[in-house]
Design a binder for this molecule. Structure first.
Ligand code: BG6
Length: 516
């Protein structure tokens, strides 16, 4: 809690939370644990209820057991004693519902009214659709037709990605939900925006006198954004083979991170002002004008069989529910330019992939060298200054500077000043979903994506997808457990750059000064 925030300000207004898809993976791994953490921290108290909605029949007892099990397995707090647990779990109910049956929604409404009365909830309702996007439209429609939106409080719709498959399908989806909900009632989740260090980017940039003046093309040589994953497609082969890395991670998480890094300072730290600045970045992305330009600036790859920590890993095409002849990319890297005054000429290199050697999300800001450097010479090892923002799983920042080697006459060595937030005892950062649920319930949409952001991101990504569709021969391969296709290194090498190692690994020549 920030020092100047009281528990009252953080308290979530009384509401009923509807989790559609309550028997699914997202609810189990993220949503129930997030609700429990909010409860344990006093952000949810007595005036709330959660109704799990899914097709499958489930008794109230079975559902409550599922919730307990999910908290035991995935929550950062363990369930308290029996009295505390019983007090919490009495707020949970289940409703088996066929989402095409309006009568079912009427029954749900009646069940909700009983809970609202029991827990003195002032009619606020939050509908979380942890469902396939094809169902968003009909659920929204039936919520209205079934009388669920006529309560005395607010109604909010929270929806998960993927928001469409391309701009056209996203527009259709948007039109469907907009027939029922206003834009300000729609909270589109990009869970990366709920991550502690992503939100910290704003503070690092705008609250530090020594970063902001340098944050432009005069001083920054390039920016690198890496979202690496060690996992393959796990049980999601069916979805992933249709989506690929560009749609799964690029259109949303990576472009959102890029907007946070590149946006202008907002005039006020209010949701709409921040989102206005972010959308300007998306509109300034230089579109690739032809398939040729896509080929020059974007690399895509798919993992083949490989070795990781001595273990043999299957090729993507051997994964469950994946087409054995699939041309879907499991990796992509791109060189992007933001065509505005601040960033003209600065390449942003982005990359993401499955089955890379490290699970990491990191942003590296590489500064330009000193113009007339008195230290240039044989015995000096002058490296560019770096600011590295570690988002996940390690959280922190480090700054790489050049300093005199102690004891030497004038020998220079790189020095990394490393602040590792997640290593600090007692710091247990809230999960992204805790923040996002809490924000949505309080009506703070800062870290949710607005429709114009989503549509601008699709416009950019669609051009790449279109070029790939026309030309399937440029799919590179990389062994599972490696850093992706070599072509991605060439993207940077063309301009004399290279990918900086993530997590500070491999940087043997650097002396580390770690906090603590
Ligand atoms: C999801 C993608 O949005 O993000 C997954 O669909 C990916 O494919 C996941 O694994 C990564 O999230 P995180 O928070 O683990 O980095």
């Amino acid at each position: 809690m920030a020092e100047n925030q009281t528990l009252d300000e953080l308290h979530t207004p009384g509401a009923v939370f509807f989790i559609f898809g309550a028997t699914g993976d997202l609810a189990r791994r993220k949503l129930f644990p997030a609700i429990y953490s909010l409860y344990r921290e006093g952000k949810l108290t007595h005036d709330f209820a959660v109704i799990g909605v899914a097709r499958r029949p489930r008794t109230q007892e079975e559902f409550r057991d599922d919730v307990k099990e999910s908290i035991r397995e995935f929550c950062r707090y363990q369930a308290g004693d029996a009295a505390e647990w019983n007090e919490f779990v009495q707020h949970f109910e289940y409703k088996s519902l066929d989402i095409n049956n309006i009568d079912g929604f009427r029954e749900l409404n009646a069940q909700t009214e009983v809970l609202e009365e029991k827990f003195h909830i002032p009619g606020n309702r939050m509908f979380y659709l942890a469902l396939a996007p094809e169902l968003f439209g009909s659920v929204s429609y039936n919520l209205k037709a079934g009388g669920m939106l006529q309560g005395s409080g607010w109604n909010r719709l929270v929806i998960e990605k993927p928001f469409g498959y391309n701009l056209e399908s996203a527009e259709q989806l948007n039109e469907q939900i907009r027939q029922v909900f206003k834009e300000e009632e729609i909270y589109r989740i990009d869970h990366y925006l709920g991550k502690e260090m992503v939100q910290n980017i704003e503070v690092i940039r705008f609250a530090n006198a020594f970063f902001e003046p340098l944050w432009n093309n005069k001083h920054i040589a390039n920016i690198q954004i890496t979202l690496g994953e060690t996992v393959g497609v796990e049980e999601r082969g069916g979805y992933y083979d249709h989506a690929g890395a560009l749609r799964d991670m690029g259109q949303n998480h990576i472009l959102q991170l890029l907007t946070m890094i590149a946006m202008e300072p907002p005039s006020r730290l209010l949701a709409e002002d921040i989102r206005d600045e972010k959308v300007k970045v998306l509109r300034s992305l230089r579109p690739y004008a032809s398939s040729e330009e896509v080929r020059e600036n974007v690399v895509r790859g798919q993992y083949t069989q490989g070795l990781y920590k001595g273990k043999s890993l299957p090729a993507y095409r051997q994964e469950d529910k994946v087409d054995p002849e699939s041309n879907t990319e499991t990796y992509f890297a791109a060189r992007i330019f933001v065509d505005n005054f601040r960033w003209a000429g600065v390449p942003f290199y982005i990359r993401t992939g499955k089955r890379l050697p490290v699970k990491t999300t990191e942003v590296v800001v590489e500064f330009k060298g000193m113009p007339t450097n008195v230290y240039l010479g044989q015995k000096h090892n002058l490296e560019p200054n770096l600011l590295v923002i570690r988002v996940n799983p390690m959280e922190g920042i480090y700054v790489k500077i050049n300093a005199k080697k102690p004891g030497s006459e004038s020998e220079i060595q790189p020095l990394a000043m490393d602040f590792c937030q997640s290593c600090m005892v007692g710091i247990n950062s809230p999960e992204a979903y805790e923040r996002l649920l809490h924000d949505a319930a309080r009506g703070d949409s800062t870290y949710f994506t607005r429709w114009d952001e989503v549509s601008s991101a699709w416009s950019f990504v669609d051009r790449i997808a279109k070029a790939w569709k026309e030309e399937s021969s440029d799919l590179a391969s990389y062994p599972a457990g490696s850093w992706g296709p070599v072509e991605a290194d060439q993207l940077l090498a063309q301009e004399g750059f290279h990918w900086w190692p993530v997590n500070g690994q491999e940087e043997d020549n650097v002396v580390w000064r770690v906090n603590g």
